[in-house]
Structure formats: C-alpha cells, structure tokens
Design a protein around this ligand. Structure first.
Ligand code: NAP
Length: 245
C-alpha cells in the first residue's frame, strides 16, 4: 500500500487532501501540530470507513516535533511515497510592505518556507526509497511574481508583503529541489488550491475544499511522464493549469 504524509491535515484543505488520498487506498499520516485535533480528524475519517489513516503530532516550525514524527513514521514504514507540504499561515495584519513587522515575516517564513524545508529534508530519505516519489508544495497563485506584476491578474490588488513573499520563496525552493532531483523518479511541483472557503480567510473564499483537494491530489498521483519543477493553478489557467512563477 502506498503511503503519504500530509502536513496540517487536521482541518480544511489538508484534511480534505488526506481524505481523498485515503479514498484512493493510500495509507495517510495526518500531520497535526495539536495531536488531539489530529486524532479528532482521524476519527472522522475512520467513521467514514477509511481505516488507512493515522494521526501524527507534527509542528512544522519545531525541529524536535519534525524529528519525532520522522522517527515514529520510520518505525511503521520503510518508504514514503507522497509528501504534501500543506500547512501554512497567512501571517496576520498589517501586510503592507511598509507596515508589516519583521516578527510577522519571521513567523510566516518559519511555517511557509522553513517548515517546508524542515519537513522535506527530514523525510527525503524515506521518499527516496519509493519507486514513484511525489512532493506537492501547496502554494498560492499569489506567490507568482509574474502574475502579481500583471494588472489583469484577478488578485492584482490583493497584495500582502508577508504572505505573498513567503509563497514566492517556497516556490523557488520547489524549483531548486526539483532541479537537484531531476535525474530521479521524483515529481515535485507547487500547486495552488485556488481561493477556497476555509478558516484561512474567514471562509470568504468562493471555492470548496473538495475542488481544492482534487487539484492537489492530482499532482500527488501524477505518473512517470508527468511534470516536475512546475507551478500549477487551475483557478488561473483552467486549460493546462500551469502558471508562471
Ligand atoms: N484557503 C485558500 O484560499 C488558499 C489559497 C491558496 C493557498 N492556500 C494554501 O493552502 C494551505 C492550506 O490552507 P487552508 O485554507 O486549509 O488553511 P487553514 O484553514 O488555516 O488550515 C491550515 C492548516 O495548517 C496547519 N498549520 C499551521 N501552522 C502549522 C504548523 N506550524 N505546524 C503544523 N501545522 C500547521 C493548521 O493547524 P491548526 O489547526 O493547528 O492551526 C491547519 O491544519 C496553506 O498552505 C495556504 O497557504 C490556501
């Protein structure tokens, strides 16, 4: 049975990704910084008849927590097939370039950038043992410097120095990681779930978690001829999905 780790899987988009992967017969570790919330999420999936799920304590900003999660998962499996770096934060307000504080940047980057680096580096050895390893870094079209420089982009006026720049930095990490692993079976992509109704935005997003989940799961399951080192946002490009960095 294939296995997957989803960070921030206790609710919202991460939870839905975990559900959809489990529905496809993949054994899913639900990373949750609060283990009780992770167990509650696991119990919801168990109640739906999905027995192939397991909660794991995982705070992506905490080296010790990431290390413990790696040790615990390593006791249960020798291989990890899929890593979904989903956990992320907006970073509070203000987000204006001239007003946001250094503390805000540090907090947001610790989750959205260093968190992705921490988890990826901790689990790369298990992923390398998979015959078809896949990493999806959950990004946002808002992290696209090209789109945000284009006045016709639908979210052109939704600027936010902290959050947007953190996703741009994570995007570049994705490009470099995919480049380093280009001569392997890895497929590593950045995927935007679309503006989605979750706690993240006070449920203002128009999209559903079901659609957001599908957009992410698609790249977790791409075959050997699929893309790597690319950026996808179906909301912004319904045809091929690919968007500029
Ligand atoms: N919603 C949108 O419109 C939208 C659009 C584009 C991209 N995204 C991206 O999609 C991802 C998921 O967003 P969402 O809408 O599902 O957000 P959400 O409703 O705020 O859920 C975020 C999840 O990440 C977890 N998390 C935050 N910090 C963490 C940490 N340090 N360690 C481990 N888990 C942590 C949260 O855990 P707690 O429950 O403990 O807080 C929660 O499970 C994010 O990366 C976001 O940037 C969202």
């Amino acid at each position: 049975m294939k296995s997957a780790l989803v960070t921030g899987a206790n609710k919202s988009i991460g939870f839905e990704v975990a559900r959809q992967l489990a529905q496809k017969g993949i054994y899913v570790y639900l990373g949750s910084r609060n283990l009780e919330n992770g167990i509650a999420a696991m119990n919801k999936l168990l109640a739906e008849g999905l027995s192939n799920v397991e909660a794991i304590q995982l705070d992506i900003t905490d080296d010790g927590s990431v290390k413990n999660a790696r040790t615990e998962i390593g006791r249960k499996t020798k291989t990890l097939d899929i890593l979904i770096n989903n956990a992320g934060i907006y970073g509070g307000y203000p987000q204006a370039a001239l007003d946001s504080t250094i503390e805000q940047f540090k907090t947001a980057y610790d989750a959205n950038v260093y968190g992705v680096v921490r988890v990826t580096q901790a689990f790369i050895d298990l992923l390398k043992k998979s015959s078809q390893p896949r990493i999806v870094n959950v990004s946002s079209s808002q992290g696209s410097i090209t789109l945000h420089s284009d006045p016709s982009y639908k979210y052109y006026d939704y600027k936010g120095a902290v959050y947007l720049s953190s996703k741009s930095a994570m995007n570049m990490y994705t490009v470099v990681l995919a480049y380093e692993l280009r001569d392997s079976n890895f497929k590593i992509n950045a995927v935007c779930p679309g503006y989605t109704k979750t706690d993240f935005n006070g449920h203002r997003g128009p999209g559903s978690v079901e659609v957001a989940g599908k957009r992410i799961v698609k790249y977790a399951l791409i075959d050997k001829d699929g893309p790597t080192g690319k950026f996808f946002s179906e909301e912004n490009n319904p045809e091929t999905g690919e968007v500029p960095w």
